[in-house]
Design a protein around this ligand. Structure first.
Ligand code: 3H9
Length: 726
């Protein structure tokens, strides 16, 4: 609702009230309209002030309402026009946030006063929409086309200080915003309102508007990766430069409706709520966020300053958590220190532009050491040495002796068994997996893996740590590869099999990039380094010296195996780092992937050697075999209770694996395709490739199809847990 009251003197106060973020539900809009009409009708009211309850203006339209079948009621646009048309000055008092429809309400007001800590923005683009209550027409009129385009097509939040510079707000205050706005309203009573009505203002001209717009469109399209909303946001703003306000509004509405029914909006809104839902973690034995409090982390340590460790230290410093960084010897320590300092200098430069500072030259905030004893007083340790079980166990054994009893011991591993690592300590309940993604100071995902003995407090503390690092922490169970990498194995495996059978790396990558992935599986392997998987396969006895003599080249444990990645490594083709992998690069460390005739020739010879008849593989087969095998593994993961729901898998894939967010994550995508179709295709492919377990339909998928393809929200009610695969 919105509460109406008389403020000091002649100012009426309308307070938006819908906890927790004052979303503009139909009830709120109705109350806002009523308040405006009441103020208008009362001759003793000379001005109006609109603010939000609980220090927040408004987070915009109620997102849940967009998927409601009963989407009717008071529309926002006309109410904003009503505000603007008011003959009494209306002042917005912006505290906390004014986002989306919230900012549109503020733009309808004649004046805007913001608290210095407030943030504003049009995040509609991130949920597949555009500002659909005349925001795309008013904002360019107020702050000009370049700034408006930037805000509307990126969805970024801007701080009040920047808003003031842009002319988006009239005043920024450090104290009581509501009182300041009432004082302001009293001051402007009687002043002409015409110049304050944005719909009447022309859009500021640019000398080179046409050229500017065509360049901007190229940029917007390039960054969209198949997502519709940024381009339609662009078109709406462009309409403001070409048409009168009313026509621009009509265009905005038309584009808004296209987006609303595009399917992408549903996917992005699902992703929005999924991200929030996974914060409310639970485990199969009943532990949950509701009943568990995290422990404070006042000081942390990171062991190992390789690529991952450096990023993790940087993340902790950025989160203002004092860190001890430890390496095994002085040489590695000095190398690591240099790299961390460089990362932090860069981050500090970025943050200074946002008026924040980073305190990393102070040894009380960041200390480098080779001495384990220095870790005696830290609250949490993140071990980030390379993936070697024996080494990790040795370190955890040491930590268990040195660290104070309450300290949490985290391992940054992408696949190893948390229980085995924990077994090296005297406190397995304090041991937990924290799988960061590279570069760790940039990537948002943190996979949090609980072991058999991990305590709920350790889970809650790791989730809290993720929040402090501004990451999305997703709690999952312990199995080889956990959720993300476990689903990735069959996907990459299919990609390699397709190349064996006749496709090319660039063809496979293209199909998946067209689908919306930032990079396809082969470019990704080249970027990550082919040697990483090679080392792991050697460790598992799948290749190298430990492979039993007489093992067939293309079979392991009775299943199909492709030695192609091993053969590339034997040819010193480790990917970007060596300048050659599935592609060729301009030099070692080069970034530009070019198809490699050597590889094509090598593939032809390989197929000859193994009597593989090359066949043409179409885009549909490439897409389905890669994606459906990944989704299939997802169903097994759900059946085993490794993740609490499909949302977890989707949040992991969107934030850690470059899955296109506008497709809502792999499991949401599966639900849009329809499970019967996925099952039928997997059956077809597994009949053609009976020696590939990843293509054999998951029992849980079959069960869901048998139950009539229920909606994603209901899947877990059909799950009866199977044992996990570790
Ligand atoms: C729009 O305005 C369209 C118009 O242009 C045109 C219309 C015609 N609706 O994120 P949090 C819930 S589109 C419904 O955990 P934080 C959220 O689910 C809208 N619910 O807190 C959560 O619920 P729960 C454009 C919403 O402090 C709770 O509030 N606006 C909405 O980390 C707390 O949220 C946006 O896209 C909403 N609009 O972050 C803004 N917003 O407790 C989207 C939040 O049950 N919102 N909830 O899990 C945000 O970006 C963040 O929520 C915000 C707070 C920054 C506001």
């Amino acid at each position: 609702m919105a509460q109406y009251a008389r403020g000091a003197a002649a100012v009426a106060v309308i307070r938006l009230h819908n906890p927790p973020v004052n979303a503009l539900s139909l009830t709120v809009l109705q109350a806002l309209e009523d308040g405006l009409k009441r103020a208008d009708a009362d001759p003793s009211v000379k001005a109006v002030m609109i603010c939000g309850e609980n220090g927040k203006f408004s987070a915009g339209a109620d997102i849940r309402g967009f998927s409601s079948p009963k989407r009717h009621g008071v529309p926002l646009g006309p109410i904003i026009s009503l505000i603007e048309r008011s003959e009494k000055p209306v002042v917005a008092a912006i505290e906390g946030i004014a986002l989306g429809g919230g900012l549109e309400v503020a733009l309808g007001c004649h004046y805007r006063i913001a608290h210095v800590k407030a943030h504003m923005g049009f995040p509609e683009v991130t949920i597949g929409l555009l500002p659909g209550a005349e925001g795309t027409q008013r904002l360019p009129r107020l702050i000009g086309v370049p700034a408006a385009l930037d805000i509307i097509t990126t969805g970024r939040h801007i701080p009040a200080t920047e808003a003031l510079k842009l002319g988006l707000v009239d005043e920024v205050v450090e104290e009581n915003t509501v009182e300041a706005a009432i004082r302001f309203a009293n001051k402007v009573i009687g002043q002409p309102l015409g110049p304050r009505r944005l719909s009447l203002k022309p859009v500021p001209k640019l000398p080179n508007m046409e050229a500017f717009l065509s360049e901007a469109l190229v940029k917007v399209k390039k960054q969209a990766h198949g997502c519709l909303a940024p381009e339609l946001c662009f078109q709406a703003v462009k309409a403001a430069t070409e048409q009168p306000f009313a026509d621009g509004v009509r265009k905005e509405r038309e584009l808004f409706n296209i987006l609303l029914t595009s399917g992408q909006a549903q996917a992005l809104q699902y992703a929005f709520f999924a991200e929030r839902e996974v914060q409310k973690w639970t485990t199969p034995n009943g532990a949950s966020w509701k009943s568990t409090s995290p422990q404070p982390i006042r000081k942390a340590a990171v062991i190992g300053l390789g690529t991952m460790g450096r990023g993790i230290v940087t993340s902790l410093v950025k989160a203002n958590i004092p860190v001890v960084a430890l390496e095994q010897n002085v040489e590695y320590l000095n190398m690591g220190r240099k790299a961390v300092m460089l990362l932090l200098e860069r981050e500090a430069m970025k943050m200074e532009q946002g008026a924040q500072t980073l305190d990393f030259h102070n040894p009380a905030r960041l200390q480098f050491t080779v001495d384990f004893d220095v870790l005696h007083d830290v609250d949490l340790v993140i071990e980030a040495v390379f993936e070697n079980m024996a080494l990790k166990k040795e370190i955890f054994h040491k930590l268990s002796r040195i660290c104070k009893p309450g300290a949490f011991l985290c391992t940054n591993t992408s696949a190893l068994n948390i229980d085995e690592i924990a077994s090296a300590t005297s406190r397995p309940h304090q041991v937990i997996g924290t799988h960061f993604f590279s570069p760790a100071h940039v990537m948002r995902l943190l996979e949090i893996i609980y072991g058999h003995h991990t305590s709920p407090t350790a889970i809650a503390t790791a989730v809290q740590l993720a929040k402090a690092l501004k990451k999305v922490g997703v709690v999952v169970g312990n199995c080889f590869g956990f959720v993300g990498n476990r689903m990735m194995f069959p996907y990459v495996q299919q990609a390699v099999f397709l190349v064996e059978e006749g496709s090319r790396p660039e063809a496979v990558d293209q199909v998946l990039e067209d689908f919306g992935f930032k990079i396809g599986p082969f470019r990704m392997s080249d970027l990550a380094g082919l040697d990483v998987g090679w080392r792991s396969r050697k460790g598992q006895g799948l290749t190298g010296a430990s492979l039993p003599p007489g093992t067939p080249a293309r079979q392991r444990h009775g299943h199909r195996y492709s030695p192609l990645p091993d053969l590339l490594c034997e040819n010193s083709r480790f990917g970007q780092k060596t300048g050659k992998g599935w592609y060729q690069y301009e030099k070692a460390g080069g970034r530009t992937a070019k198809p490699d005739p050597w590889l094509h020739n090598f593939l032809a010879q390989y197929r000859d050697t193994h009597h593989i008849k090359t066949r043409f593989i179409d885009q549909e087969e490439i897409l389905e075999r890669c994606l459906f095998s990944l989704i299939n593994e997802g169903f097994d993961i759900l059946a085993e209770g490794i993740a609490a729901g499909p949302e977890h898998l989707d949040v992991i894939y969107i934030n850690g694996y470059g899955w296109p967010k506008h497709r809502g994550g792999p499991m949401f995508y599966a639900s849009t395709i329809g499970l019967p179709r996925i099952l039928a295709k997997l059956q077809k492919y597994s009949e053609a490739h009976p020696d590939v377990p990843g293509l054999q339909p998951s029992a849980f998928l079959k069960k869901l199809v048998a139950m009539g393809n229920p909606p994603l929200k209901e899947w877990m009610s059909y799950q009866s847990r199977q044992s996990n695969k570790l």
